[in-house]
Design a protein around this ligand. Structure first.
Ligand SMILES: [Zn+2]
Length: 304
């Protein structure tokens, strides 16, 4: 009995300092690793029910689709140039630098004709991690969904924020933009892509091709704009790991170039779908992420 309680106390002590300020490969986290490697709890059931951020130093751990966040900040529900939408989801949490980014981009958006600022969709849960519904990514406090609907007022009530819908920008299943797409959408997405804090932006293929057509002068910002499924009611900004965040995993940067030929291939495949590959092997479903498959630090993020 005595031996067990000492072991528990020791593990608790190690766990509490593990996620706090220790980088992923430092010695003390090894003990936490042993502990979480047997943790078969489904991670979304742990992270999906925590309503506040952890009282730890702000840090992202792991990758966008397999991680968590310590010491998250909450985007204020309303600011001079933004409103957070769908407050009932409690997903307006992110790393402090991400909250800064959203506020900065919303100030730019407010300079655009017809835009009072930005309506902000999902960011992350208070401690990041997998969600009970929705996204595979958005786990580390570095992903932001931004509505395509131009805000014409920033005094929406909580109920209005539940019921208002964004609008789709696509036509022909995403091969083209529709009549709601404006130069202001392009200017805002270009501003987001030109920001050095941004790693990638996901948007439907027709929007990327349209931006490729309209871009004049420097085209380097197009590199970060990546065609993807969905993303016609919102665009998705993914930020790089903050400098010095040793436990945070960046994605490899997009391939060099403006990516416009690749986006055109996406569009061509929408318009003329290629026959299914007969040799394709269906990927094995892996089941939900368990606590053991998240970075070790995520255990202490969940516990603090
Ligand atoms: Zn998203």
């Amino acid at each position: 009995m005595v031996r067990i309680s000492i072991a528990v106390a020791l593990m608790a002590a190690l766990a509490s300092c593990g996620g706090d300020k220790t980088p992923s490969n430092a010695g003390t986290t090894a003990s936490v690793s042993t502990q979480s490697s047997n943790d078969t709890r489904v991670a979304k059931d742990v992270f999906g029910h925590i309503s506040t951020s952890s009282s730890q130093r702000s840090e992202s751990f792991g990758g966008y689709a397999r991680g968590c966040q310590a010491g998250a900040a909450q985007l204020p529900e309303t600011g001079p140039t933004w409103q957070a939408m769908r407050l009932s989801r409690n997903r307006n949490w992110a790393q402090p630098g991400t909250v800064d980014f959203v506020q900065d981009l919303s100030r730019f958006a407010a300079t655009q004709a017809g835009w009072d600022g930005l309506y902000i969709g999902d960011m992350s849960q208070p401690r990041g991690g997998p969600m009970l519904t929705g996204h595979a990514s958005h786990q580390t406090g570095l992903d932001i969904d931004i509505w395509m609907l131009p805000p014409d007022r920033l005094n929406l009530s909580a109920t209005e924020r539940e019921n208002l819908s964004s609008i789709s920008m696509r036509r022909a299943s995403g091969a083209f933009t529709n009549a709601s797409w404006t130069p202001q959408h392009e200017a805002i997405i270009k501003a987001a892509a030109s920001d050095p804090r941004t790693a990638r932006i996901f948007v439907f293929p027709g929007a990327k091709v349209e931006m490729c057509k309209n871009a004049t002068g420097d085209r380097s910002w197009l590199n970060k704009i990546r065609p993807w499924w969905g993303h016609h009611y919102h665009f998705h900004v993914r930020l790089k790991c903050p400098a010095g965040a040793t436990g945070c995993e960046n994605q490899a940067p997009p391939p060099a170039g403006d990516g416009c030929a690749d986006a055109q291939t996406w569009v061509n495949n929408i318009l003329n779908p290629p026959p299914p590959n007969p040799n394709a092997t269906p990927s094995k479903p892996r089941g939900p992420l368990t606590m053991a498959r998240l970075p070790n630090q995520c255990l202490s993020v969940a516990n603090n």
